[in-house]
Design a protein around this ligand. Structure first.
Ligand code: GDP
Length: 430
């Protein structure tokens, strides 16, 4: 993926998240100098399997598992210091060197304890199906211009004012929810002052660091969280996350100019999943859906929630390809379909006498339409040991070919298992 012309690559989920971005980041990080997270918060939960070990990283870019790669958390992320330090301590315990390799943007906003409280107590959060980690309320405070940024930790007097204001806003909301819980200024100050020196030691002007890195020819991998269909603007609003998950968000969320981004790799599962509520046109509310869930181990890495499963939806991925300007696709979890006798691809949405080809904004329409399917033979053999496209069964190749032409974006990688080596690089570079 990286070459002299393509040095800044964004990895973005092209469905509803959980596409296996962590694995692709892990594979590509080997060639990167920097890996940067640009949005979301501790709700991400990438899983990376290395040998017998598996690592679930909520906030730290999975590039940290490659020695020598610099990792950064961008300004577009809402940062939970508590989770960050738990994660750092666990990595260090596992013998992974973090010291001097992890940077945090001094412009990143903090997830405060009262954000988590508001998230847990809010009925609205429950309806959207949030992870209750305070991400939504932290982004609300950011947009409401009362957020607390990493840089604010440098000024204890100003910090206290901001905490006071944050607690007041949180308490107003808690009261409105009818909750008996309250945010406390002193407790919040104690918690934040405890982590402040450690966090400030990681803080830097990330935009400057990345600009210099790109200018000097370094390769930068930008690691998206969630998926394009959960983007606050382009997703199935209001059943979305609070940030810009698409490639545009990578530029604003890292402080790197859009013109410095050279390629965008869209990660898709060979089928579709979604966690929580909201439209999912190809959902299989059947035994087959349950079978795919079990085969694919479709349970959230962070929450353990069962994911809703369905056939691959080319309307969705074509839309994601357009919005993100995808230059390539990585199809993951092909192996999950190995035992099925037939497989389907959604090619359009039937609404009355019409067949829609473009993903609509209207979520009521999305809930009423019927997907149009194209059925193909299953391959009914294991793909797990395939390392080139030629190793794949003919029916699996036909499935991928059809998927590629429906989405109109070249497939660059195919993942056939959880392990790092279970990957096909479709066009390997020398
Ligand atoms: P992310 O948030 O997009 O990184 O996705 P997650 O890490 O939450 O979910 C992906 C899950 O699928 C992880 O447990 C991965 O180990 C697993 N996974 C990734 N690629 C493959 C694959 O090709 N086959 C199988 N069976 N599992 C995979």
């Amino acid at each position: 993926m990286f070459d002299t012309k393509t040095r800044t690559v964004v990895i973005v989920g092209a469905q509803w998240g959980d596409e296996g971005k962590g694995k692709l980041v892990d594979v590509l990080a080997e060639r990167a100098d920097w890996v940067v997270r640009y949005q979301g918060g501790a709700n991400a939960g990438h899983t990376v399997h290395i040998g017998e070990d598996s690592f679930v990283l909520h906030q730290i870019p999975s590039g940290i598992l490659h020695g020598g790669v610099r990792c950064a958390i961008g300004n577009g992320v809402v940062l939970d210091p508590e989770t960050l330090f738990t994660e750092i301590d666990e990595l260090v315990k596992d013998g992974i060197d973090v010291e001097g390799r992890l940077y945090v943007s001094d412009r990143a906003h903090l997830v405060m304890p009262y954000h988590k409280l508001v998230d847990k107590e809010s009925e609205a959060s429950k309806a959207i199906g949030t992870t209750g980690r305070g991400i939504g309320p932290a982004y609300e405070d950011k947009a409401g211009r009362r957020g607390i940024r990493v840089v604010d930790l440098r000024h204890p007097g100003r910090l206290r004012e901001l905490v006071q204001r944050g607690c007041d806003t949180a308490n107003m909301r808690l009261e409105r929810f009818g909750s008996a819980q309250r945010a406390d200024v002193e407790q919040t100050m104690t918690a934040i002052e405890r982590v402040a020196p450690r966090l400030l030691a990681l803080a830097d002007d990330l935009g400057v660091l990345l600009h210099r890195a790109v200018k000097s020819g370094a390769s930068v991998l930008m690691e998206g969280a969630q998926g394009s269909l959960l983007d606050v603007d382009h997703g199935t609003y209001p059943f979305v996350t609070s940030s810009s998950t698409t490639v545009g968000g990578a530029a604003t969320g890292a402080g790197l100019a859009p013109t410095a981004i050279h390629a965008a790799l869209g990660i898709v599962k060979a089928y579709t999943t979604r966690v929580g509520n909201g439209p999912l046109p190809t959902e299989l509310d059947t035994e087959l859906g349950e079978r795919i869930r079990k085969l694919g181990n479709e349970y959230g890495a962070t929450t353990g929630r069962p994911r809703r499963c369905g056939w691959f939806d080319s309307v969705v991925v074509r839309y994601a390809s357009r919005v993100n300007g995808l230059t390539g696709l990585a199809v993951t979890k092909l192996d999950v379909l190995d035992t099925l006798d037939r497989v389907a691809l959604c090619t359009g949405y039937r609404v009355g006498d019409d067949v829609l080809q473009e993903f609509p904004a209207d979520i009521t329409a999305l809930e009423q339409l019927s997907p149009v399917y194209e059925w193909m033979d299953g391959w009914q053999q294991s793909t797990e040991s395939a390392r080139t496209i030629a190793d794949l069964p003919r029916a699996a190749r036909a499935y991928l070919d059809r998927l590629e032409s429906l989405v109109d974006t070249p497939i660059r990688y195919v993942s056939v298992g959880t392990r790092r080596d279970q990957i096909i690089d479709v066009a390997p570079q020398g």
